[in-house]
Design a binder for this molecule. Structure first.
Ligand SMILES: Cc1ncc(COP(=O)(O)O)c(C=O)c1O
Length: 401
């Protein structure tokens, strides 16, 4: 709140340059876009008011690590689209995943996790044994009778899975997995990054906690890093207390970019899904490709978890009898698709899992979970699909010549 003009007039020039031009309210005018609030701290008319906000800081703002209006606007939007009561935003997807796991477990807890996970999540779960005394058992999440047997045996605090696995694009039977979690007293955590809330909403299928790397489909433009946990008010209040101490909250500018991305997410994901399906069908008919991984390429293959807005922008494919050198040649020959370690952006991206996302695993560990050396992941962008196909065609010709 700026000092009144009459008070300002009495100050010297040096003081004026510090105190003039403080934030102004907008009166009855409501901005049509969420403002970016960069202030570290908030002041109030009276100390009594500040004291009251400290007492229940979910209503007001005191300090940016405790809560920020731009971040809060983004959290409310995510809770709305993921159909949960609340959401808490973080500085990265990995921070969100770690926060979600810590919120639902404690030292000595067991976790039952899909063996088919993003490499860093795999590495985090393994590191948690030494760091937090939390031990993870990995299981084939698609073998539901085995998941149930294991859950009954080890009584996990958490069952963790990805909606669509990275990089094999296998779709998890979320109602089946969350029912097992409910029956065995575990908290179900679903990483919905690969799907986006456009095509799958895990909370409506029984998930207790939904996590995202908002760096991907939600941000959508390759210019923000963030994560979010969408969940019940009960879990969110534990997460907020924990976040104050971990200090892993999203910054206002990243939250704003993600909020801005969210506004066009439906349009982008629908187009990305259409492009990905067309690419998958084209590759399925091409002899240079040994196998294509995309949901529902073969009818009857996929559990019904989808909202009906498409099957997502991700696919992966195995280049017939290609070695690492041929995959490198393929990537280097691309003129339009960008070889980069991310996904979900407006432009098409390719990634070599053995070299990047799953580099932390040994070759034997990769083979055991089906990630072969000829596997490439593709995130379809929103470009004209004819241009994407032409680029893939010429790069495959170079790689296989
Ligand atoms: C499925 C999945 N979850 C989580 C993450 C981690 O997200 P971030 O890089 O924002 O920490 C990634 C990153 O690629 C991912 O693919």
């Amino acid at each position: 709140m700026p000092p009144p003009r009459s008070t300002l007039d009495s100050f010297k020039a040096r003081t004026l340059s510090v105190h003039a031009g403080k934030a102004l309210g907008t009166g009855n005018a409501v901005p049509t876009a969420a403002p970016i609030h960069v202030a570290t701290a908030y002041s109030y008319e009276t100390t009594d008011e500040l004291d009251a906000v400290f007492e229940d800081n979910s209503i007001g703002y005191v300090y940016s690590r405790y809560g920020n209006p731009t971040v809060r606007a983004f959290e409310m939007a995510i809770a709305a689209v993921e159909r949960t009561e609340q959401a808490v935003a973080y500085g990265s997807g990995m921070a969100a995943i770690q926060a979600a796991i810590l919120c639902a477990s404690s030292s000595g807890s067991r976790i039952l996790a899909s063996q088919d996970l993003y490499g860093a999540t795999h590495a985090l779960l393994r590191a948690m044994k030494a760091q937090n005394g939390i031990e993870t058992t990995f299981v084939d999440i698609h073998d539901l009778s085995r998941v149930r047997r294991m859950a009954e045996e080890i009584e996990p605090a958490v069952i963790f899975a990805e909606t669509i696995s990275n990089p094999l694009i296998r779709v998890t039977d979320i109602p089946g997995v969350t029912a097992i979690a409910r029956d065995t007293g575990a908290v179900s955590i679903i990483d919905n990054t690969f799907a986006s809330p456009v095509i799958v909403q895990p909370a409506t299928l029984g998930a207790d906690i939904v996590v995202h790397s908002t760096t991907k489909f939600i941000g959508g433009h390759g210019d923000t890093t963030g994560g979010v946990v969408a969940t019940s008010a009960r879990h969110a209040s534990v997460l907020r207390e924990q976040a104050k101490l971990l200090g892993a909250l999203a910054g206002p500018f990243d939250a704003w970019l993600a909020l801005r991305g969210l506004k066009t997410m439906h349009l982008r994901v629908r187009q990305q899904s259409e492009n990905a399906r067309a690419i998958a069908e084209w590759m399925d008919a091409d002899l240079r490709i040994e196998r294509v991984h995309y949901p529902c390429l073969s009818p009857g293959q996929t559990p019904s978890v989808f909202t009906g807005e498409g099957r997502g922008g991700l696919l992966s494919f195995e280049i017939a009898s290609a070695s690492r050198a041929e995959v490198f040649r393929f990537q280097d020959a691309l003129k339009l698709c960008v070889p980069a370690t991310t996904l979900g952006d407006v432009y098409s991206l390719v990634l070599y899992p053995a070299m990047s996302s799953h580099r932390a695993l040994t070759s034997a560990e990769r083979q055991a979970i089906g990630i072969r050396d000829n596997l490439v992941r593709l995130s379809a962008g929103i470009e004209d699909v004819e241009d994407i196909l032409a680029d893939l065609d010429q790069a495959l010709a170079v790689a296989t010549s």
